[in-house]
Design a protein around this ligand. Sequence first.
Ligand SMILES: [Zn+2]
Length: 138
Amino acid sequence: MPPRPAVLEQRIATLKAQLMALGDLRPGSLSQQYNVCGTAGCQCKADPPRRHGPYYQVSFTWQGRSKSQFVRREQVARVRQHLRNYQRLRALVEQWIAAGLELSRLRLTGAALPSSSEARSPRNTRVAAARRQQRSLS
Ligand SMILES: [Zn+2]
């Protein structure tokens, strides 16, 4: 059975509360790289090479532009948390949209029903009304 409006309203209220509780966030993905320097005879040019790093950077697209920023090693854990919070934001918004679509559909097809109604679904009501009409015509 599809969810009733009251159930969807409660789901959306819960999503809003979860959104309000989100901490710092930022989009992007974290990567690490190892570099070679310009110093002659450095270990990074040895055989086998021991390159410098890891260096961390966060890459993201914002307002149509791709950017990347270096992240200090001691800030990596914090940045990871911000990236997770952003993913959570997107997931919560997706769920809100899904619930909003369903709720809108219910409201448009069952506008006369209060949200907390235990009444039959509007589709069944309409079918019953159509049957009544058919009987009265015949
Ligand atoms: Zn080097």
